[in-house]
Structure formats: C-alpha cells, structure tokens
Design a protein around this ligand. Structure first.
Ligand code: GUN
Length: 286
C-alpha cells in the first residue's frame, strides 16, 4: 500500500480562507480585529522561527499581532508583569508565551497568569481542566490540528485503536484526551515504554510526538494505519519527524509529511482559537 498524503498546508489554506472572511465580517460588524500577542524569552533559534511564522500568519489573515522579544536575562516577575498588561489590553484577544522558557522559569506558573479567556494555547489549568472534564475551553493548537487532520481522512475515529507516542503537556497528553473524546481506544506510549513496536503494530492510528527522529520504522506499523507525525528535529540541517517516512509511506493508508503536515495546522488552529476569543469578546459587549 502507498499512503495518501495528509497535506497540512493545503488544509490550512482552506481553513484560513474562512478565517479571513470571518475576520472581515467581525471588523465590519464590530470594528474589531482579532489580536494576538506572542512573547518569547531568549534567543532559541527554532523558537524564534516559530514565533515569526505565527506573526506572519496573523498578518496574512488580517489579525492585529504584537511580538515581544524579551532578553534571556528577563526575570519571571517581568514576564508576569507583561502578561498582566496584555490581559488588560482590549486589542489583544490571545496571549501566547512561546515554550520552552529558559531554565529557571516555572512554565505552569507563568501560564497561570494568562487570563483563561485569552489563553488561546489552552495551557492554563482552567482550560486544561475543562479539556479533561469534556467542557468547553481552548484546546491546545497542535492536538486540535492533529484531530482535524485525522478527521480529514474521512475515517470514523470511534472504536479505533490510537497509539500516541509522547506524553508532553503540549501534544501527547491533550491529544490522548481528544482521541478519547472521539471514542478511540487510546494507548499512550513514551520514551521509556518497553516493546514500543508491540503497541504500534496494533494501532489503527499512530500519533508520534516524542521528538526522536525516525523512531517509528515500517515494520512497527500495521498495514493501512493512519500516521500523524508531530516530531520536528533538525538532522543535518533537514527537518526530520519521529516517523521513518520512506518506510512508513509503504505501509500506511494516510501519512503527514514533515515539514508540511502537523506544523501548518498548529498555526492555523492558533488563528482559529484567537478568532474564537475575539468573537467571544464581541458577544460579551453585545
Ligand atoms: N512550543 C512548541 N509548541 C508550542 C505551542 O503550541 N505553544 C507554545 N506557547 N509554545 C510551544
């Protein structure tokens, strides 16, 4: 079997067309533009690239965007003060603090200072708790994009065996909960799982988000499985996923490329969450 490609760039483009239309309507009707503030501390090269991609994506759909590049020696107190200012800024509907933060920062504590209504990353304990409880709230962008990609295959997730590899708060844990919400049977594996292949070989859906390049080989995949690769590591200047693409493409029914699969969807879901927040702010002044 040769897998069909789940083209995150193409799907994102379609979704972004709707976002552009909704943004224009919001401006016409209420005179507001969705606004996103992105904060980065320090000079991590990969994070800086992601942050400028997020700012560019905002501009492309007509959002207001602000980027705060804070120096490496910024204190946690200063960062929290900036968040406080952004919480009170009516132009800003979403606040994103790019992770990872430099050593010494308490990421959960920093995120706890973002108003839950502006926490478009879904990392505040209130939003994470709502996800766990099955209540409404902001859903982390990469997991939200992954579920959208799986749905775009036309496969009914209900009853399928999904194996998630990775247990981060950003991807693995929330994607596991979202798959459960779709009635999948979910196994969460990680870097310390014994006999990983015994799990993956039984999976109808594999979501790899562990950050180990080419960990998932062709012989670890069931014929016809859906493969979602959220891994992104630079190897010899090339972006490589957690899945050995050249092997997996001959076993899977659908597969995401790296780059061009999950990455563009993450940014598009960030725009969607920011738009949702802007719409809610209009509803509250109606
Ligand atoms: N670092 C890697 N992915 C993300 C994300 O989705 N949000 C934030 N804030 N930081 C990240």
């Amino acid at each position: 079997m040769t897998a069909k490609i789940l083209d995150g760039r193409k799907i994102s483009k379609e979704i972004k067309q709707n976002i552009i239309t909704e943004t224009e309507n919001l401006e016409k009707e209420y005179g507001i533009k969705p606004g996103l503030a992105v904060v980065i501390v320090g000079e991590d090269e990969a994070s800086s690239v992601y942050v400028s991609m997020k700012a560019k994506a905002c501009k492309n759909v007509g959002f207001h965007s602000e980027t705060y590049n804070l120096p490496q020696d910024t204190s946690q107190k200063e960062l929290i003060q900036l968040i406080g200012k952004l919480n009170n800024d009516a132009k800003i509907h979403g606040i994103l603090v790019q992770l990872p933060l430099p050593k010494g920062f308490d990421e959960n504590l920093v995120n706890s200072h973002i108003l839950p209504s502006k926490d478009i990353d879904g990392f505040h304990a209130i939003n994470a708790g709502n996800l766990m409880l099955g209540e409404d709230g902001y859903i982390p962008c990469t997991p939200k994009g992954i579920i959208e990609l799986i749905k775009r295959t036309g496969t009914d997730i209900s009853g399928k065996h999904a194996v998630v590899i990775g247990r981060s708060n950003i991807v693995g844990k929330p994607v596991g909960i979202l798959l459960l919400r779709e009635n999948a049977t979910v196994t969460i594996c990680h870097s310390r799982t014994n006999n990983l292949a015994e799990h993956t070989k039984n999976a109808d859906i594999i979501v790899a988000a562990v950050g180990i390049p080419k960990l998932i080989k062709g012989d670890m995949i069931k014929e016809g499985a859906i493969i979602i690769d959220a891994g992104t590591r630079k190897v010899d200047e090339k972006l490589v996923g957690d899945v050995d693409y050249d092997e997996a493409v001959n076993k899977a029914s659908w597969i995401t490329p790296v780059p061009g699969g999950v990455g563009p969807m993450t940014i598009t879901m960030l725009l969607l969450n920011t738009l949702e927040s802007a719409k809610k702010s209009c509803a509250s002044v109606r």
